[in-house]
Write a protein that binds this ligand. Sequence first.
Ligand code: 4DW
Ligand code: GAR
Length: 226
Amino acid sequence: MTKRRVGVLISGRGSNLAALIDACRQPDYPAEIVLVLSNRADAGGLGRAAEAGIATAVVPHREHPDRESFEAAVHSRLVAAGCELVCLAGFMRLLTPWFVSRWRDRLVNIHPALLPAFPGLDIHRRTLEAGVTIAGCTVHFVREGVDDGPIILQAAVPVLPDDDEESLSARILAAEHRAYPRALALVASGSIRIDGNRVRTAGSTSPEGLLMCPDEALGLRPAGAL
Ligand code: 4DW
Ligand code: GAR
């Protein structure tokens, strides 16, 4: 099996990167990470990548006079590494139409909300304030707008009565770590097609884009309990 070559862009901790690295260890996983690139030299995810023996690069946005030259540097690193797909995993620089068009339909992002609800920042606070009872995360193709683009997969988690931002964000993050590897597998295996805003899975009538996280995966119930 030839695996799709993936570049991951990060800015920070890199827990979603770690989940993708773990998934890529499976022999039958359809993707391999060939480059982890950060715009910040102190991003924790760089260490995780290095430990896994993955090539890393730092392209500091501040050392570039404008977004275009920053993105040209990022783009050329990705191309030089032979990347076919790019995953944003906590990458915090807004990408311009120049970059997005070069990677159109090959550029994916994860967001800690059920889009199109709660795009932008401060998501967990806004989720709690809105009083919703179902939260979750979304993996989507990136378009020019913020947190916009065809949805590949969404994972749902409950909002519990006693939740605060910390407990809710931890539960959503656990769902993110399950959702991103699954969504990347769908993209890398070539089993999805983009039809306007809708992502369709070839030959499947089951909802591949919906992930209901079992309670035990979220720490809400011990494994094996009724
Ligand atoms: C996102 C969107 C905007 C900013 C930061 C993050 C969400 C994910 C994302 C990253 N790059 C993207 C997306 C996206 O959804 N769509 C596109 N590109 N096209 C943001 O405005 N960041 C600011 C900087 C923050 C910082 O350096 O800490 C910025 O000025 O770029
Ligand atoms: C994750 O929660 C991810 O969904 C979020 O940043 C965090 C990165 O954490 N991304 C966004 O909010 C994009 N709009 P990580 O570095 O541990 O993966």
